[in-house]
Design a protein around this ligand. Sequence first.
Ligand code: ADP
Length: 452
Amino acid sequence: MNSFWLSLAPVLWLTIIAIPVGILFNAAIVFGLYSIILLGIVIYHIHTLYCLEQWLHHSDLSYATVPDRSGLWGVVFARLARFVRRHDKERLGLNTSLERLQRATSALPEGIVILGDKDQIEWCNSAAERHLGLNLEMDAGQHITRMVRQVRFVAYLDMGDFSKPFLLNQSRLRDVLLSIQIVPYGDREKLLISQDVTRFEKIEIMRRDFVANVSHELRTPLTVIGGFLETLLEENKISGEMEKNALRLMSDQAIRMRRLVEDLLTLSRLENAGNNLTEEQVDVVKLLQGLYQEAQSLSAGRHVISLNLASHAMLLGSEDELRSAFENLISNAVRYTPESGIISLNWVVENGKGLFYVQDSGIGIEPNHIPRLTERFYRVDRSRSRETGGTGLGLAIVKHVLNRHQASMEITSQPGAGSIFRIWFPSNRVLPAETAPVISSSPEHTKQNSAA
Ligand code: ADP
């Protein structure tokens, strides 16, 4: 029999006995007694409920004495007491884990801020308090941009593209440079992670300065050496064939070193954050027409080169930097395309975005090399790069120029079939021109030009 029937049994027995006894003897006395007993039972249950209510009122249930009852109430109290103990144990475990987590995050050198769905501060560790000048007790609930008031940071947060960290110069903390990484999670919450990168930045600046200074110092001696070697070769003052060969070799190497130094200087100029981008209106058509002529002379008739200008749109940016990026892609196409290969230079506007691309039918690139091509000195074939006068810095320069113009590069290539290097410019850098006729400089056109 379960506890329900056990608790009900006395009442049932009482009723079963009271009815015949009441009928046989004095009904008034029997039912009067019956009612008094029932009232006693009701009072007992109400009192037990009151004890339950008093027990539940205790601030710490696990330490309060459980009311001592038998029967169904006894079972209920035993279950509740067990539930409370288990719940307390779990809560204690959770509290311990939370405390441990908080202690661990407090010990982290990185600052961590939990931002709510409206970018309000919900929690932060002590490193974040130090880095961003926060005080959790006072600033909880405040919008993060009220605490980090830099315009560029507000724009970064609004833009919502957190693929790259944001560099925050905290002049308040004696020129501390922070790298801010935002990680969205959950519904619309975010995790803001701040890292002090002042030391790395200092080392990076030292490295950049060192390369720039060495390159600069090498420039003059190399120009002098190259100049003398050229003069000696031109004046034909050396008689022996072996000496002449040695002289030619020395001159070629001096030229190569000068090119390397120039590329290194270009890279350090591009990397210099203080060097702001010149925002000018670049006539892409004119620029490409000039580069097309240069490509013709570099190719010296070994390739079929065409220029397709499907738009007259101009670009907003630095003409020198864009020339250098386009030049590198074009010279690569010429250098890595065997004789009688086909090369095309193209300028189009698609969905408001500017697209410049160079297509060649050259040696192509294996897919595994493509992600690394923009690294400094990364070459697929070192000897081929050297033979054709490469420095291994061309695509690194392209990458830097594109970063400064918020442009991106897409490389598609098939070994043995050729490559396409596409550069996409964002629509805010494209200055639309009035509808202009499509200009195309085909090889025939060039022949006509050169014949004229
Ligand atoms: P390099 O001065 O060696 O050409 P780059 O940085 O310009 O250096 O290019 C890096 C490497 O990418 C090159 O060494 C070459 O292997 C590969 N590469 C670049 N452009 C092309 C192309 N159009 N076709 C085939 N390979 C290319």
